[in-house]
Write a protein that binds this ligand. Structure first.
Ligand SMILES: O=C(O)C(=O)C[C@]1(C(=O)O)C=C[C@@H](O)C=C1
Length: 284
């Protein structure tokens, strides 16, 4: 057979797959409706495992892994579709945010970072020695917001600020690039509430995924399935406890967009822990 002839046959098979795929998505929509009514979880790992075992049992070893990958993928896109449909059917995204930036009269910062203070008079900045204290001042309403160096092009990310935001439920709502003696730094402003403005183009998230093969890959392919660009990723091991990692990710998108809401909804439901760390505008 010539290449042309084989390709013609592939085209025929692809058409058949397309018909069946559309039928399957109609069924996925029906599942989503039933589950939206009963408020049942979309992701059912046991059911997926049972489907894989049943279908792959009689498949030749030479294509078993490939077939398993295909079935997994079909169920992944089925879930993606269901998350989007569910959000249309019932407003169940449990993320609260405000749509106005806070007015900042008093700012809290680390003493040794005062030199990067953006747009505020240094006399009005309350300086302390660690981020826990910065956040404590905001909590006690002795400051309206905090500011700190989040990333430095020469030295990397600030683990302590990432950790403090994660552990204290604080959110970034501004990100400015500052040039300091040739070092480019990302300086963020953060506060007690998640602020989402229409002009924001970044969403910072942190998640922990199951410590098993393919978990991180499936989260990354999920992000890509939504057509969302991932602009930064790094991992940090947990302090103490079991050996596992937190993944910090910056996405290109805005929480007011339906697709981003569906992605967040899926991440909340399919990762071990998930948190939004901020929404902001970034020029880069
Ligand atoms: O059976 C279900 O509960 C479904 O939601 C359907 C389906 C599938 O597409 O086969 C999708 C998601 C679940 O994780 C399991 C299976």
């Amino acid at each position: 057979m010539t290449l042309e002839e084989v390709r013609k046959q592939i085209d025929v098979v692809d058409k058949q797959i397309k018909v069946l795929f559309k039928e399957r998505m109609i069924l996925a929509d029906q599942v989503a409706r039933v589950k939206a009514e009963s408020e049942d979880a979309i992701y059912k790992p046991d059911r997926e495992e049972a489907i894989i075992t049943k279908l792959t049992g009689d498949v030749d070893d030479s294509i078993k892994k490939e077939y398993t990958a295909l079935i997994k993928r079909i169920m992944e896109v089925s879930r993606k579709y269901q998350y989007g449909r569910t959000l249309e059917l019932r407003n169940c995204l449990d993320v609260s945010f405000v749509t106005e930036e806070p007015k900042v009269k008093k700012l809290a910062m680390l003493k040794h970072e005062l030199y990067i203070c953006q747009g505020y008079s240094r006399d009005l900045v309350n300086t302390v020695s660690d981020y826990e204290q910065v956040m404590e001042l905001i909590r006690k309403d002795e400051a309206d917001a905090g500011m700190g160096i989040f990333e430095d092009i020469s030295y990397g990310v600030s683990d302590s600020l990432h950790e403090a935001l994660t552990m204290n439920d604080f959110y970034i709502y501004r990100c400015d690039e500052v040039l300091d003696e040739g070092h480019r730094k990302k300086v963020v402003t953060f506060g007690k509430q998640l602020v989402v403005l229409p002009e924001h183009n970044r969403l910072k998230i942190v998640f922990v995924c199951k410590n098993k093969s393919g978990s991180l890959a499936s989260v990354l392919s999920m992000i890509s399935d939504y057509g969302v660009n991932l602009t930064e990723i790094h991992s940090v091991p947990f302090r103490g406890g079991e050996w596992n990692y937190r993944f910090y990710v910056e996405l290109n998108g805005n929480l007011l967009q339906k697709e981003i809401q569906a992605l967040v909804f899926q991440l909340i439901n399919e990762t071990e822990t998930f948190k939004i760390l901020g929404s902001y505008f970034c020029e880069q």
